[in-house]
Design a protein around this ligand. Structure first.
Ligand code: BGC
Length: 333
């Protein structure tokens, strides 16, 4: 009797997405299927981009069969300008709440630093502040469960180029690793985490708890047609996917390059963002999304769809219902 229940306990432990992983490859695998809780906490203030996180969202995401959420956070708008760059306690409490919601619903959660606009333009001047931000996050979540993953910075770009970013990674990791020697930390190359920049990403060899991340929005004229933040994207409206069989092959090949880099560099890969904006027609969005998902699954790359319930949304926040074709393309059921 005792043996049966012990076996059962081991089985349950092995199945829970929240148990600690033996190595970083297992940790990356646990991320599985995910969705970005975008346009909420990375807006200048939550709600200003139309989205406020609700308890219900976490339950819906779990129920649909996802394993994780990625939480974009604009810390830089909620902390002091001078050392020690104190993070607003109310804002911190909101992130605590999101982490608790993820845990309560059996979801892993990636906490990142998003839209730190100033550091992309003035990397050297802003590094101390980003270090200060991570020092506080690392301290606050030092006892957090294994369901919490960190991601150092979303889409470095502009003056935060490859060599500059590679240097910053080392400093940031030093701060995080004080409290988190074995927490998975996600980090991607400069140029908006583009797959083609992976060869320029230099990760500290001795740190074996890193997951490399990339973002994928190709062809951009398709995924970003009518996106108001992309200049002249109205001209791309009506672009369908695929335009020809070559486009499918190209997509598969490009994601394959990410997998290949991971193999060669002995790092697990994570596709942290991909999605097609709502101005594209639904049939093409579904086909593109399904193709990315199936390719990533085949390559054994965990992923997170951009995003849950805003402009790319797989979920309609007006009705609190999934947009079924997109949900199905993502979860495969
Ligand atoms: C940005 C979002 C944007 C998305 C697609 C993300 O990395 O943070 O603001 O909507 O990419 O362009």
């Amino acid at each position: 009797m005792l043996r049966v229940s012990f076996g059962l306990l081991l089985f349950v432990l092995a199945c829970t997405p929240l148990g600690a992983a033996d190595d970083v490859f297992a940790a990356a695998k646990k991320l599985g299927k995910g969705v970005n809780l975008g346009n909420a906490l990375e807006a200048p203030n939550e709600g200003e981009w139309g989205i406020k996180l609700k308890e219900l969202y976490f339950a819906k995401i779990k129920e649909a069969g996802f394993d994780s959420v990625r939480l974009p956070v604009k810390w830089s708008n909620h902390c002091g300008k001078d050392a020690p760059y104190t993070i607003d306690p109310k804002f911190f409490a909101r992130v605590d709440w999101a982490i608790e919601q993820a845990e309560k619903n059996g979801l892993n959660i990636i906490v990142n630093a998003h839209h730190y606009d100033e550091i992309y333009q003035q990397p050297a001047e802003h590094l101390p502040r980003l270090l200060g931000i991570w020092r506080q996050i690392a301290e606050r979540y030092k006892n957090a469960g294994a369901h919490v993953y960190f991601e150092l910075l979303n889409e470095p770009h502009s003056k935060l180029d490859d060599p500059t970013w590679n240097e910053q990674i080392k400093h940031l990791l030093k701060v995080v690793r004080v409290n988190h020697p074995q927490r998975p930390v996600i980090v991607g190359p400069s140029f908006w985490n583009g797959i083609w920049r992976l060869p320029h990403l230099k990760l500290p060899e001795e740190d074996r708890w890193l997951i490399a991340t990339v973002h994928f929005y190709n062809p951009f004229e398709f995924t970003h047609q009518g996106a108001h933040w992309v200049e002249k994207s109205d001209k791309w409206k009506g672009t369908v996917w695929p335009k020809n069989a070559d486009e499918e092959k190209k997509l598969v090949a490009e994601l394959g390059q990410a997998a290949q880099w991971g193999k060669e560099n002995k790092r697990p890969m994570f596709l942290g963002e991909f999605g097609a904006f709502s101005a594209a027609e639904m049939e093409s969005r579904v086909h593109w999304t399904k193709t990315v998902v199936e390719t990533a699954n085949q390559l054994e790359i965990s992923w997170s769809y951009w995003e849950f319930c805003s402009g790319f949304g797989a979920f309609d926040p007006e009705t609190d219902q999934w947009r079924e074709p997109l949900r199905k393309a993502l979860t495969g059921r």
